[in-house]
Design a protein around this ligand. Structure first.
Ligand SMILES: Nc1ncnc2c1ncn2[C@@H]1O[C@H](COP(=O)(O)OP(=O)(O)OP(=O)(O)O)[C@@H](O)[C@H]1O
Length: 243
């Protein structure tokens, strides 16, 4: 993206979206809440750190705004810089901090998360699983450590797999989530739903998720997202606008 376009988008985000936006994190282990957003800025989704909005007038773009007090913004910018351009990842075109609010301008993804595919009975093709495998190998080749790759962080778009949340890829500890998910795909999804997918009820999905969390003994409070030394990141397009 050209520099002047980045600046125009940054001006719009900081002049139009952020002043009328109220995103809060009430409990660190629950999705953030969008209490108020300016007209025309539709919420696409909320994670435990940030909310993501459609960019009005350009369906190729989305804006992710971190809730005050939630870290991860710096790490996410760095990971996108290290990843560069790859078909199985999003892209960060610009980022900034304004009035205490931290934002990223991202490539908008139009697929469905694996979680939503299960809820809605939409088939999950093997190709998508292979794409994510290849994408994670690529991340390792860029010096990153894939982390927190689960059913809500992977999308299927036009039959291909895309990793949508890379903010934990700087963490040093290993994470088994993707291996576990692949095992579940191979030994449960393929035999039971592979031929004729049907919607899995929400209560069953929630039950499976909490059973998995118990088994893995994941703590509810999430630790900080680590940040690499800036000097180790190669330069690229993620322009940062001044507060
Ligand atoms: N580039 C994108 N295009 C479209 N929708 C997106 C995009 N990025 C994120 N979303 C939507 O916003 C939701 C929250 O985004 P994301 O998972 O990145 O937030 P987070 O707070 O970092 O998440 P987590 O709790 O997993 O750490 C996603 O589940 C997805 O529905």
């Amino acid at each position: 993206m050209e520099e002047d376009m980045r600046e125009r988008h940054a001006a719009r985000i900081q002049g139009e979206l952020l002043p009328g936006l109220d995103v809060v994190s009430v409990k660190s282990w629950e999705p953030v809440q969008v209490r108020r957003a300016p007209q025309g800025w539709k919420t696409l989704g909320c994670g435990n750190y940030a909310a993501v909005f459609a960019y009005p007038g350009d369906s190729r773009l989305a804006v992710k705004v971190y809730a005050p007090g939630r870290d991860g913004w710096e790490a996410e910018r760095q990971v996108y810089r290290l990843l560069g351009e790859h078909p199985a990842y999003g892209r960060c075109f610009a980022s900034g901090e304004h009035g205490g609010k931290r934002w990223l301008l991202l490539r908008r993804l139009h697929g469905k998360t694996l979680y939503d595919c299960l809820l809605q009975g939409v088939p999950i093709p093997e190709q998508a699983i292979r794409d994510v495998d290849a994408a994670l190998d690529y991340a390792v080749s860029r010096g990153l450590r894939p982390h927190d790759v689960h059913g809500k962080n992977v999308m299927v778009q036009d039959g291909r797999g895309i990793v949508i949340d890379v903010s934990d890829f700087l963490k040093q500890e290993s994470c088994e989530m993707w291996s576990d998910l692949k095992r579940a795909y191979r030994y449960a999804y393929k035999p039971l739903l592979g031929r004729k997918p049907f919607p899995v009820p929400g209560w069953a999905m929630d039950g499976l998720r909490s059973a998995y969390r118990r088994i893995r003994r994941r703590s509810k409070e999430q630790p900080c997202r680590d940040v690499l030394d800036e000097t180790k990141a190669p330069p690229d397009g993620g322009a940062v606008s001044k507060p």
